[in-house]
Design a protein around this ligand. Structure first.
Ligand SMILES: Nc1ncnc2c1ncn2[C@@H]1O[C@H](COP(=O)(O)OP(=O)(O)OP(=O)(O)O)[C@@H](O)[C@H]1O
Length: 365
């Protein structure tokens, strides 16, 4: 039997149903419902304090909810203590024992469970090999890099053969370069093990690059669940649009005249609304910087919307130029691919912002 087959268990779904949780008057989780599919790498993503760690700890059994239940593989585990849930959690701090060798750190959880010595040695070997640390078993945590310590924390968790892996901001103690490397390793390990995994992060890039699907949270409420691309291309509301990537947001009001609906933005500029567009009540006009174009002040031909604007800033980003553009009193960002030798638009000059109708988003809060 190969190393992976001997340490992985069949992947199970996690169902989170009707969860409400309060700390005193602070209603931290508000009617949370979601299903994590077997073998999925799933993220809880949201700003600090939105409740994602509280939700993860609820799955682990460290918190109790006021209502609802948690199911793993179709079995209600809400009333089981953490050690009977078959979940493994990697903490932000790693929580390694400083006085123990790497091997002892990985073995510790197995010893606590009364696993036989020969089986412990076998599983420690497999877990350390999985994270590429087989040769460093006799070192102590202080003799390892941050990335290596993180891998020991993962090996220790995987060694107890959990049915679900929980990762609480496991990359936040690493520098930017290490983070990119370790997140790839984590993704690769998760794929090889096929283990249902929940990953908590406030970093959208981290969630986008390694997770199959993401639940975006704000203020204890799930805003939207989807793949990274779905969330980026079809955000459900202004919060999601703003949290994943850069979003330009223009406020205004709808007027319905004989010539169809228009969205009147700052300065009285009228943006025609496509006849088939769904515009929720209180919606704002949203578009991504790379979906807009810029030309000189004369209106361009074609079927893009053309709005008069003024160039306010210009930043060279390498592959593109980011222009800060004023439309009425609002400034928006427009990314134009950089072509060597091409003339740039001058700051302070009038220009025309072009927007393809099909890429406009009409989103409410
Ligand atoms: N044990 C506790 N007692 C009281 N309030 C708590 C407790 N744990 C968390 N909270 C509160 O619950 C809310 C959600 O906290 P939580 O740690 O889940 O947020 P988070 O999204 O994980 O944030 P961060 O990214 O900063 O860790 C916050 O308002 C926090 O102050």
């Amino acid at each position: 039997m190969n190393a992976i087959a001997s340490i992985s268990t069949p992947a199970l779904a996690v169902d989170i149903e009707g969860i409400n949780l309060s700390y005193g008057a602070n209603h931290v989780l508000k009617d949370v419902n979601l299903t994590i599919r077997p073998g999925e790498f799933f993220a809880f993503l949201g700003p600090s304090g939105c409740g994602k760690t509280t939700l993860l700890r609820l799955v682990a059994g460290f918190n109790q909810s006021d209502t609802g239940r948690i199911m793993i593989g179709g079995k209600d585990i809400s009333n089981l203590p953490p050690w009977k849930r078959d979940v493994g959690m990697v903490f932000q701090s790693y929580a390694l024992w400083p006085h123990m060798t790497v091997r002892r750190n990985v073995a510790f959880g197995l010893e606590e469970r009364g696993v036989a010595r020969a089986e412990i040695e076998r599983r420690v070997d497999i877990a350390l090999d999985l994270v590429g640390l087989g040769h460093l078993g006799e070192r102590r945590p202080s003799q390892l890099s941050g990335g290596q310590q993180q891998r020991v924390a993962v090996a220790r968790t995987v060694a107890v053969e959990p049915k679900v892996l929980l990762l609480d901001e496991p990359l936040s103690n690493l520098d930017a370069k290490m983070r990119v490397q370790v997140r790839r390793e984590l993704r690769d390990l998760q794929r090889r093990l096929g283990l249902t995994t929940i990953f908590v992060t406030h970093d959208q890039e981290e969630a986008n690059t390694i997770c199959d699907r993401i639940a975006v949270m704000n203020d204890g409420v799930i805003q939207q669940i989807g793949t990274p691309m779905e969330l980026y291309e079809r955000p459900a509301n202004l919060f999601v649009a703003n949290f994943l990537g850069t979003a330009n947001i223009l406020a205004g009001g709808i007027v319905d005249s004989g010539t169809g609906r228009h969205f009147v933005i700052d300065g009285g500029i009228r943006v025609p609304i496509a006849s088939d567009a769904t515009v929720p009540k209180g919606a704002k006009l949203v578009f991504r910087p790379q979906h807009a174009g810029l030309t000189g002040p004369e209106s361009p031909s074609g079927n893009a919307l053309a709005l008069p604007c003024v160039i306010a800033h210009r930043e060279f980003l390498g592959a593109s130029i980011r222009y800060g553009v004023r439309i009425g009193a609002t400034e928006v960002a427009v990314d134009v691919p950089f072509q060597s030798g091409e003339e740039l638009l001058e700051i302070g000059k009038a220009a025309t912002l072009t927007l393809p109708q099909r890429l406009l988003l009409w989103l409410a809060a």
